[in-house]
Design a protein around this ligand. Structure first.
Ligand SMILES: Nc1ncnc2c1ncn2[C@@H]1O[C@H](COP(=O)(O)OP(=O)(O)OP(=O)(O)O)[C@@H](O)[C@H]1O
Ligand SMILES: [Mg+2]
Length: 327
């Protein structure tokens, strides 16, 4: 199984929307997909599940079926993650599962933060904490999934460090504006630091624990146009677009010279799908599955088809890069 994180410390670029749509697209095309909500905002979980189910998953008592339930024994100092963590089957999809998120996950931030230095001292408990997300994903998936897509919150904190270390690849969704490019300049060096420290810690890990390799291969970026303000002059937008490949190479890849003309890291340019998105939220389904009964009539019918093609092409590229084949 390949685990891919969608990460950008700039908020609201479209990470969750991307993970949600790709999860449906992969599963429709024969890749058994595990979506993993590691953002304490839990937006991905509320896109997938209806209110009734969310109330069941997030009762006033303990949340046994969410990511918080999985790490609760560690938080309480009572033990380790469950042998078989809960996976929520997504109704109407085949081979699509979700590890539900939880607002209480933010309680894990401090525990993770102080475990990182303790790993240096070969502290076994610290390694159990640092690798909890990796082990939850692997144990939840067992051999039932081909790909795991991880959604995270917009920051460079310790929950995200642990989530990224659990991932084979990272894809960076971004928008063509100053904030996103500044974000890339922060995110790139941070990723490099996490990547470079982990192999040394690996040598200190307990031998019987499943430890991620922490390669976090930079697999490219997706440019999302929906957050570009219409009032901005086109010229400004193009200027930011032009700078993305260079900044990605320099800050994320450490490769400012090679192949600058062949921008193989640009996985897609996704447009603003305008009214398809609110219709999809209302119908609780991906934009590319909207039907006339959901309000997708007239010109929307063509927009739905074009949206399907966009996500299909993107999913295919991501699968190829990860060495997986869609149907
Ligand atoms: N391609 C798109 N077309 C139209 N609207 C979009 C598109 N992608 C995302 N949106 C909208 O943009 C907003 C932000 O998207 P989303 O929540 O996916 O971003 P995010 O990066 O996950 O945010 P956060 O950093 O808070 O986790 C949402 O209201 C979503 O519906
Ligand atoms: Mg999000």
């Amino acid at each position: 199984m390949k685990t891919i994180a969608f990460f950008n410390n700039k908020g609201g670029v479209g990470k969750t929307t991307l993970v949600y749509h790709l999860a449906w697209m992969f599963s429709e095309n024969g890749l058994r997909t595990l979506a993993v909500d590691l953002d304490p905002q839990a937006n991905l979980t509320s896109m997938f599940l209806n209110e009734e189910r969310l109330e069941e998953l997030w009762p006033d008592s303990d949340h046994n079926l969410t990511i918080l339930g999985d790490i609760q024994p560690i938080l309480k100092g009572l033990g380790d993650i469950p042998q078989i963590p809960h996976v929520e089957n997504i109704p109407g999809a085949s081979g699509l599962g979700l590890i539900p998120g939880d607002l209480g996950l933010s309680r894990f931030e401090d525990k993770l933060s102080d475990s990182w230095p303790r790993c240096q001292n070969k502290d076994e408990a610290a390694f159990r904490i640092m690798t909890a997300f990796h082990r939850i994903i692997v144990q939840a998936a067992s051999d039932k999934y081909d790909i795991a897509l991880v959604d995270v919150g917009p920051n460079l904190g310790s929950i995200n460090r642990s989530a990224l270390i659990a991932s084979d690849q990272v894809i960076i969704p971004l928008s063509p504006d100053l904030f996103s490019l500044q974000g890339l300049k922060n995110l790139g060096p941070t990723l490099k630091e996490w990547r470079s420290i982990w192999p040394d810690l690996l040598t200190k890990a307990p031998k019987d624990l499943s430890i991620p390799k922490g390669e976090i291969k930079a697999a490219g970026y997706v440019i999302l146009q929906h957050s570009v303000r219409d009032t901005r002059p086109v010229k400004a937008y193009l200027r930011w677009m032009d700078r993305i490949p260079q900044i990605y190479r320099e800050y994320v890849l450490d490769d400012s010279e090679n192949n600058i003309n062949k921008d193989i890291y640009n996985l897609a340019l996704l447009k603003h799908y305008k009214s398809l998105m609110p219709l999809a939220m209302e119908a609780r389904k991906p934009m590319f599955y909207l039907q006339p009964a959901d309000g997708a009539i007239g010109a929307h019918v063509y927009a739905v088809k074009a949206c399907y093609d966009d996500f299909y092409k993107l999913a295919q590229k991501i699968a190829n890069n990860a060495g997986l084949a869609m149907k």
